[in-house]
Write a protein that binds this ligand. Structure first.
Ligand SMILES: Cc1ncc(COP(=O)(O)O)c(C=O)c1O
Length: 392
């Protein structure tokens, strides 16, 4: 097949040419003099995307899942009580991770498509009169459902209950695409990965740690070695790592962070919100339902779209891939076959979104859906033009 392939899964995302070029270089000595300035710049710029002035930043080769494990094993001890939510594949997975590490997890079931139920959270915190819940785990943006939970509301519930639980947040598909404020929201651990808003190939997890999280890391009794963040914190202060870091990815990360800062983070967030609205305009025109139930929780980074009962959503992926070289995201977990996901995060612009909508629309029409060709594309264009005019 000639021409370029469209990667529109909600991560891994497209890697900018600038980032590819920054990584296209000889491998360096990770104990040499080139590393400390690189590390220092990354840590400082990562603080910006985490929304923190002084939180510790640690990086491990791995992926978001390794970040989950680090966030739990460093702060908690086996048997500790954890409050979590099953509202999508990733919130459920984060809870499973805590369970596998020996935590006593209370997982509140939520209809997939909804955000963290603040009432239920408040009730669970109020019922915990002995203050035995050690941590609340939340996924900021569940990539299986396209639902964003306002972390400020979670923090407010903890504050209202005057509850000391640590707040552990999976920000894998939000950081660098949706506003994230570690300091202001009192987040203790924020976990992200390389391959989403940070526009890198997969292979790294990055965590932001509050002072409370660092303190918890000193007393946790969970077994850990590679993911122990204590030696990592110490060595990163001097620009090095207690293991061989993914040096070329670090060059890529520095370049990606420079690009984000050049665009300006508020502009990055506004771009994501605007492109997301244009995708949703197309879906509305197709008269397909979104998995996300409440407009207040619409995700700026992906849209999960329900298909009619007589259609297998995996066929949409297959036709889009085979006929148009377009990779869309599959429905995950209980949404398998019932929904597909359009990723719209990272290095992305209007015409990339339009091509994605165009390919998706053609696949849906080929599969027999009663959609007029061009209708979703037109709605998408309309939304983009109108929002461009508003933005001036
Ligand atoms: C919200 C969220 N959390 C965690 C993960 C797991 O990360 P990884 O696949 O990088 O291990 C993902 C992956 O897509 C995700 O979207």
């Amino acid at each position: 097949m000639s021409g370029r392939r469209f990667l529109q899964v909600p991560g891994p995302t497209n890697v900018p040419d600038r980032v590819l070029r920054a990584m296209d270089r000889p491998v360096i000595d990770h104990r040499g003099t080139e590393l400390p300035p690189l590390t220092a710049e990354i840590v400082e710029r990562m603080r910006g995307v985490f929304g923190t002035k002084s939180a510790e930043v640690v990086l491990f080769p791995g992926s978001g899942t390794a970040g989950w494990e680090a966030s739990i094993s460093n702060t908690l001890s086996p048997g500790d009580r954890v409050l979590a939510f099953n509202l999508g594949m990733f919130s459920h997975g984060y809870a499973d991770c805590a369970r596998a590490l020996g935590m006593d997890v209370e997982e509140i079931d939520v209809e997939w498509g909804r955000s963290v139920p603040i009432e239920a959270l408040a009730e669970a915190l109020a019922a915990d009169s002995e203050r035995t819940i050690r941590a609340v785990q939340v996924v900021h943006n569940d990539t299986s459902t396209g639902v964003t939970t306002p972390i400020a509301d979670v923090r407010a519930a903890l504050d209202r209950a005057d509850h000391p639980a640590l707040l552990l947040v999976d920000a894998v598909s939000s950081v660098a695409s949706i506003d994230f404020q570690l300091d202001r929201w009192g987040v203790d651990v924020a976990v992200t990965g390389a391959q989403k808003g940070l526009m890198l190939p997969p292979g790294m997890t990055i965590l932001g740690l509050s002072d409370r999280a660092v303190a918890a890391g000193k007393s946790s009794r969970s077994p850990r070695f590679f993911l122990d963040w204590r030696p990592a914190i110490d060595m990163i202060h001097n620009g090095y790592f207690p293991y061989t870091p993914a040096t070329l990815l670090l060059y890529g990360l520095r370049e990606a962070l420079r690009m984000l800062d050049e665009e300006g983070l508020p502009n990055v967030f506004a771009r994501h919100a605007r492109l997301a609205a244009a995708v949703r305009a197309a879906v509305a025109e197709w008269e397909l339902a979104l998995v996300c139930r409440d407009p207040a929780n619409y995700s700026s980074t992906l849209t999960a779209v329900c298909v009619p009962d007589d259609l297998d959503a995996d066929d949409v992926l297959r036709v889009a891939d085979e006929h148009f070289q377009l990779s869309l995201g599959a429905g995950l977990g209980q949404l398998k076959g019932r929904a597909f996901r359009i990723g719209h995060l990272g290095w992305l612009n209007e015409l990339m979104v339009l091509a994605t909508i165009c390919g998706t629309e053609m696949a849906l029409v080929e599969l027999g859906l009663p959609i007029r060709l061009g209708s979703g594309v037109g709605a998408c264009e309309q939304q983009l033009v109108e929002s461009a005019l508003v933005a001036g």
